[in-house]
Ligand binder design. Structure first.
Ligand SMILES: Nc1ncnc2c1ncn2[C@@H]1O[C@H](COP(=O)(O)OP(=O)(O)OP(=O)(O)O)[C@@H](O)[C@H]1O
Ligand SMILES: [Mg+2]
Length: 260
């Protein structure tokens, strides 16, 4: 299972990605968690701030590695380099163990223009392709808002895209444009997850969202939770602090399994 999680900034992508990683791990799957957000914080969502090394160097900043694998210095544009660098050993070498979950922090790429073809982006793209195609773990990828950076080849190998929204039209507008783009680049399955939902009006909200974005099944409903928020304040993983939240993530996981 290769799940990518996206949505507007701040909707709860990282929170949900971290909890799904924990849940699959607890259920005995091998889990590879991929932090593809340049502003990386998936590690602390998985295990809490104190369990994560202070300074994780993202792969996109490993200059020596990038040069060694691509044959060109990172940051150079227009030089010759390998477009198929060796990457299959990198998850084992660079993955950080967190409570049994393997975490890879990809990091951001300074973009000279959209779709920059530079050594570091080539390495990351090859790596993502390898993670999604060659490996048999559950891969959970936390992304920055939007999916513009997901190339076509990568997108084809994501088998499920979860788009997180909160009850509110702004995140729904973002979801609409993600849906269109994801459709254009050929992502297989796409589902909506509603996060930070307030109790009570669930039917009304679901109906409203379905009207706004037809043909995108809602497969998750995660309540707004004081404990999830507190966990963040305390630098803990919400997975360890909020049973109700874990239950709701469990229901989301069930729905995912039903549809895969
Ligand atoms: N169900 C929830 N109930 C209460 N607070 C939540 C819930 N889900 C997420 N939050 C809080 O919302 C904030 C944003 O969450 P998170 O970092 O997971 O979002 P994100 O989509 O990954 O953000 P970014 O776009 O910055 O990466 C955090 O403070 C988090 O604790
Ligand atoms: Mg995030």
């Amino acid at each position: 299972m290769k799940i990518a999680i996206t949505g507007k900034g701040g909707v709860g992508k990282t929170t949900i990605a971290g909890a799904l990683a924990r849940l699959y791990n607890d259920d005995g799957y091998k889990v590879l968690a991929v932090d593809a957000d340049p502003d990386a914080n998936l590690g602390s969502a998985i295990a809490g701030v104190s369990k994560v090394q202070r300074e994780i160097v993202p792969i996109s900043q490993m200059k020596k590695l990038i040069e060694e694998r691509t044959g060109a210095k990172s940051g150079t544009v227009g030089s010759f380099f390998k477009i198929n660098p060796k990457v299959d050993d990198l998850p084992e070498r660079l993955g950080i163990e967190l409570l049994g979950i393997k975490l890879l922090v990809l990091g951001g790429i300074e973009k000279g223009g959209s779709g920059c073809i530079c050594p570091e982006s080539t390495l990351l793209r090859s790596l993502i392709r390898n993670l999604l195609v060659e490996r048999n773990e559950v891969v959970i990828m936390d992304m920055e808002a939007g999916i513009e950076h997901l190339g076509r080849a990568t997108a084809e190998s994501v088998d499920t895209l979860l788009i997180v929204v909160e009850p509110g039209l702004r995140s729904i507008e973002t979801a609409k444009s993600i849906k269109k783009l994801a459709y254009d680049i050929g992502i297989g399955k796409m589902f909506l997850v509603i996060n930070k939902a307030k109790g009570g009006e669930s039917d009304h909200i679901k109906k409203k969202i379905e009207q706004e974005i037809p043909n995108l099944p809602i497969i998750g409903w995660i309540s707004e939770s004081q404990n999830v928020h507190l966990a963040d304040m305390e630098g803990e993983s919400p997975y360890d602090l909020d049973e109700e939240f874990v239950k709701e993530i469990g229901l989301l996981k069930k729905e995912l399994e039903k549809r895969s």
